[in-house]
Design a protein around this ligand. Structure first.
Ligand SMILES: [Zn+2]
Ligand SMILES: [Zn+2]
Length: 177
């Protein structure tokens, strides 16, 4: 994942407010074991020196393979995900001495080689951006609950489901006659 790793040693020595911008391009990226990324990830980031570390903001575009909650087919979902994250140093950039670990959550480390790896930040933001319900298309008809036929391919031969309470009533009426 070297395309998402940046050396920020010079930036950490620069005055607060200094920023660098990079285009992102990563092939064959695996963000998460539950996410299949199809094709390259593209994006753009700005890395800005802050008082305590770096502020990284930008966006990524990628296509995920998801499975439809209605018809269970796999489909491709293009995503545009914006993010903004803080990175804090773990060693002093001038002396090389380790710094006290920071306690705050949602902060990412600048490692001992003065590198930041955007992979984890991007993974978390992509997961957050995923819809709760994934459907292959707005009007997906799903599967027949009785025979499992994909109703997007046309109707099946099943009778429409009848409420079982009505069936009981019907049986009672038929017994009486
Ligand atoms: Zn579907
Ligand atoms: Zn059916």
């Amino acid at each position: 994942m070297e395309d998402l790793i940046f050396n920020v040693a010079q930036l950490m020595k620069a005055p607060v407010g200094t920023s660098l911008v990079y285009d992102l391009h990563a092939e064959d990226i695996q963000l998460d074991e539950d996410l299949k990324v199809i094709g390259p990830l593209k994006g753009h980031v700005r890395i800005r020196r802050t008082n305590q570390g770096l502020l990284v903001d930008g966006w990524v575009e990628l296509t995920l393979e998801l499975s439809c909650n209605r018809c269970l087919k796999e489909f491709e979902q293009p995503m545009h995900v914006e993010f903004e994250e803080q990175f804090y140093p773990t060693v002093d950039v001038v002396s090389g001495l380790p710094l006290a670990p920071f306690e705050a959550e949602e902060i990412f480390p600048i490692d001992a080689h003065h590198q930041i790896d955007l992979t984890e930040a991007i993974r978390q933001n992509v997961l957050l951006a995923l819809p709760m319900v994934t459907i292959c298309r707005e009007d997906c008809k799903g599967l027949c609950s009785q025979c499992g036929h994909d109703l997007n391919l046309g109707p099946c031969k099943c009778e429409p489901e009848v409420d079982t309470r009505l069936n009981v009533l019907k049986a009672l009426l038929e017994n009486e006659s």
